[in-house]
Design a protein around this ligand. Structure first.
Ligand code: ADP
Length: 593
């Protein structure tokens, strides 16, 4: 798998795990949040409704309810919204807390802050009792008791006489108590700064202690309410209309519903308007609400992401680290170091390149070592010869003669040739020989070489023949090809006995330029043939040294031919002769391939 794909997959793995874990955590929290909110709603709904309702009942209006709503929202962790019957938002706990208002449930709950008549005394006997005082004997009061209530009646013991103790009369008395209570607490608020709230939810609505706070306010409130005859009249009118006959009023149990309706109609002028309560989850979740498990989950997620990234980084960098280590070892001279190759990724290819580089370095080092060893070996013998002769001359053991000096001179010339050849070889092996390739006629080059060697061949008593009937074009460095031809020809002359024959042939075979140098010389043993192109290899070192051979000619020829994209082969039979064949890519003509 490619390095890039591997990194991509690993990063995807971590990303997907992180996303999955986040999604799981979020879903979990959200569902917990929702179920908590639902549970809290059902747990707290009744309490919220009751408290807000009581607030409305005791205050008779809604200003200031926002404090209660905020307080309830804080204690229940719910989003509380109060709307009017027309759907207008009166108070919203999120807005109060300066949060973006979240959604609330569509279903609302009724908040009815209106007082209901408390338990009414059962009507006493149907006959007028003795307690009916003369003040209440006026015809109007007989029909509509309550119109002439006096302050003393309002908070004293409930009347029990036929007219005033009737349920209708007791109900209107309670309505008057509610109304008076509200006027009283507002007076208290204005004069004493007390909370303008009734002390009781039911008649008489004011506690005795509350009533004792300000007799002045109480007097004012009572006078105001009891003086509002039209208010009482509207109550009785409503009742009359409802029941249908005033006379059925007294002690009539069928009037219960009408009494309640008339009561509600009467208190509506003083009480707060009904509202709708809507609940929901809090608009925003602050970190404290997020809870311990969420924080632990988030921290766990961070840890997982960190571990994942660390593992990926390690996995990705491992092969790079291995390569770095190997390069350092290579730099320290451990040329046999290699890295393990796994797969076919970019890193595997890099590792393979590193291994080839290390092998090439090792090979080159080995070649260098062998070269130095060979050169040292080659130079040692002639140098010790020279030293021996020089010492013998200086000791007077050997007499100086022109022949000795000529031989010593020949020896130094040979050393010079060896060094020249070695330099060429070293340059060729390093790829620095610098060939200048031009189209060249191999037949013409062969002819020139034959001409140059003709004198030496004649001197050696050999017949030198050239068979090159037609030009054969190759793309080559002419000087280097001349060198190859010279090496092959001088070898052939050198290793062929008198009366022998050397034939140089140039031709084309299967699109290749073919040059053969065949002699009828000493030949090379079959076992030696694989070594002829090796550096410093000689079949018979003593004889070749005597003939002035360096043991490098064929190695150089082989190198030059190979560098020209060709090959050189040898075939030989001892005592019959040797044939060297050079094959090079041919051109169809000068300048054409
Ligand atoms: P040298 O300078 O010694 O000739 P070369 O590299 O040219 O070195 O040749 C290597 C050896 O191959 C020679 O020493 C010789 O033993 C053998 N050799 C080369 N050419 C011939 C040949 N034409 N006939 C027989 N042996 C040959």
């Amino acid at each position: 798998m490619s390095f890039r794909v591997r990194i991509f997959l690993l990063v995807m793995l971590v990303a997907l795990s992180a996303i999955g874990a986040t999604a799981w955590l979020t879903l979990n929290l959200a569902s917990r949040e929702v179920s908590d909110a639902l549970e809290a709603q059902s747990r707290h709904r009744a309490e919220i409704v009751e408290q807000i309702q009581r607030y409305g009942l005791r205050h008779g209006n809604w200003p200031g309810v926002n404090r209660l709503v905020t307080q309830l929202s804080d204690s229940t962790h719910l989003h509380i919204q109060l709307q009017t019957a027309e759907g207008q938002v009166l108070v919203d706990s999120d807005t109060e807390a300066h949060r973006t208002a979240g959604a609330v449930q569509a279903i609302g709950y009724d908040i009815n802050p209106r007082p209901a008549p408390g338990e009414l005394y059962p009507a006493p006997a149907a006959t007028p009792g003795p307690s009916a005082g003369p003040a209440r004997a006026s015809p109007s009061s007989v029909i509509r008791p309550g119109l002439d209530l006096v302050p003393r009646d309002l908070y004293g013991p409930a009347p029990t006489d036929v007219l005033y103790g009737s349920r209708a009369a007791l109900a209107v008395r309670q309505a008057a108590q509610y109304r008076t209570g509200l006027v009283y607490v507002r007076c208290l608020h204005a004069s004493l700064g007390a909370e303008p709230a009734l002390g009781l939810d039911q008649a008489p609505y004011l506690t005795p202690q509350q009533r004792a706070l300000s007799p002045t306010c109480l007097e004012q409130a009572t006078a105001k309410v009891l003086g509002d005859k039209a208010w009482f009249t509207s109550y009785w009118d409503y009742l009359d209309n409802c029941i249908g006959a005033p006379r059925r009023l007294v002690g009539d149990p069928l009037g219960s519903k009408c009494i309640e309706a008339a009561y509600a109609d009467t208190v509506v002028t003083s009480s707060a308007v009904p509202l709708r309560l809507h609940l929901g989850a809090r608009g925003t979740v602050d970190i404290a609400d997020f809870g311990r498990p969420a924080l632990i989950g988030a921290a766990g997620l961070v840890v997982v992401a960190l571990i994942g990234t660390f593992l990926i980084a390690r996995q990705v960098s491992r092969p790079v680290r291995r390569l770095t280590g190997a390069s350092q070892m290579l730099a320290a001279g451990m040329l046999d170091v290699r890295v393990r190759i796994k797969g076919e990724s970019e890193l595997a290819r890099l590792a393979a390149s590193f291994n080839s580089m290390a092998s090439a370095l090792e090979l080159s080092e080995e070649r260098q070592r062998r070269l130095i060893a060979d050169v040292a070996h080659e130079m040692r013998t002639p140098l010790s010869n020279l030293r021996g002769y020089l010492e013998a001359l200086s000791d007077g053991v050997v007499d100086p003669s022109p022949e000795l000096f000529a031989s010593l001179h020949e020896e130094t010339l040979l050393q010079g040739r060896i060094l020249d050849d070695l330099q060429v070889l070293a340059l060729a092996e390093a790829g620095d020989l610098g060939y200048t390739r031009t189209p060249a006629d191999l037949a013409e080059l062969a002819s020139a070489a034959v001409t140059a060697h003709r004198a030496r061949a004649a001197e050696a008593g050999l017949e030198l023949v050239l068979e090159a009937p037609a030009p054969v074009w190759v793309e080559a460095d002419q000087d280097r090809l001349r060198q190859v031809l010279g090496n092959l020809l001088s070898n052939a002359i050198r290793y062929t006995d008198r009366d022998g024959r050397v034939v140089v042939r140039v031709g084309r075979e299967d699109g290749e330029a073919v040059l053969t140098v065949r002699d009828t010389g000493v030949g090379i043993a079959a076992g030696d043939l694989p070594h002829v192109f090796e550096r410093f290899w000689r079949a018979d070192p003593a004889r070749q040294r005597a003939t002035g051979g360096t043991g490098l000619g064929l190695t150089i020829a082989h190198r030059i031919v190979t560098d020209h994209g060709g090959r050189i082969e040898v075939a030989s039979q001892p005592h019959m002769g040797t044939t060297f064949t050079v094959r090079l890519p041919a051109l169809s003509g000068p300048g054409r391939s």
